[in-house]
Design a protein around this ligand. Sequence first.
Ligand code: ADP
Ligand code: MG
Length: 286
Amino acid sequence: MCRRSFSFCSASSVEALPSHVHPSKRGTRIVITVQDIHKSFGGLKAVDTCSLTIREGMITGLIGPNGAGKSTLFNIIAGFEKPDSGQVFLQGEQITGLAPHKLFHKGVVRTFQIPHEFENMTALENLMLVPEGQSGEKVLLPLLVWGRIKRQEREIRRRAEEVLEFLNLDHLRNELAGNLSGGQKKLLELGRTMMTEPRVVLLDEPGAGVNRTLMGTLAHDIRRLNREWGYTFCVIEHDLDLIVDLCHPTVVMAEGTVLAEGSMQELRRNEDVQRAYLGESLEAQA
Ligand code: ADP
Ligand code: MG
């Protein structure tokens, strides 16, 4: 599948885009394998004997009560935390403990809030900073970036403009990132992943602090990136409506480990899952 409406197609890097998955091939290959991961902070077991897989071309949901270890697991996959034991594989390649910028370069992309210092840059500039990170440079070093990208600058600018257009943020291209609403910042974070060549995009609570309308927009964009461009996502989210709407399959974590995996319909009937949520009624939320 080609990003026909997107000039990434004409860029020399296009054949290297591993995120392209033909619809008929969705879910047949495993992108990320998490094998028997343990991670403690002091005496607290944040992730405990955790194993799961993320399949190519799917939007996998990751849910579970607060403190279940979901964010820690994302940090381990994306290299921001080192596990005490266990392994992570990217399409069979051992990637456990690699530095975040190396994993970013390999296409393992985790969204974060826009760093404080970038709030004084425009939406367009925020996107234009990202590609340098994938060419093996240290990620996100604006001063170096400005010196080195002169030659590629026009192409990168065009990509950034197209990303803004895709996200319906083009009218805000020259707005400082710090002036964007919470939801618009989330869209911009998503846009930053679109400036890379992701093999898997890890979204940690994309709906947090976002109003209903922008949440709909965000979900729409995630779905489009998945269906039209074959992006693989794993999404942590408390809003189970969003999970039902977007994700299949969904993995449930509790106390650092995987309790169950399946469709939300199956999970709602699962007694272990119901117990893990205790007062937080899955029925009521889903
Ligand atoms: P979730 O994202 O599912 O809510 P987290 O992965 O954030 O859960 O946290 C799992 C547990 O690990 C929690 O008890 C949390 O307080 C603890 N934890 C997470 N990160 C750290 C850290 N850097 N230092 C100490 N404890 C942590
Ligand atoms: Mg979390």
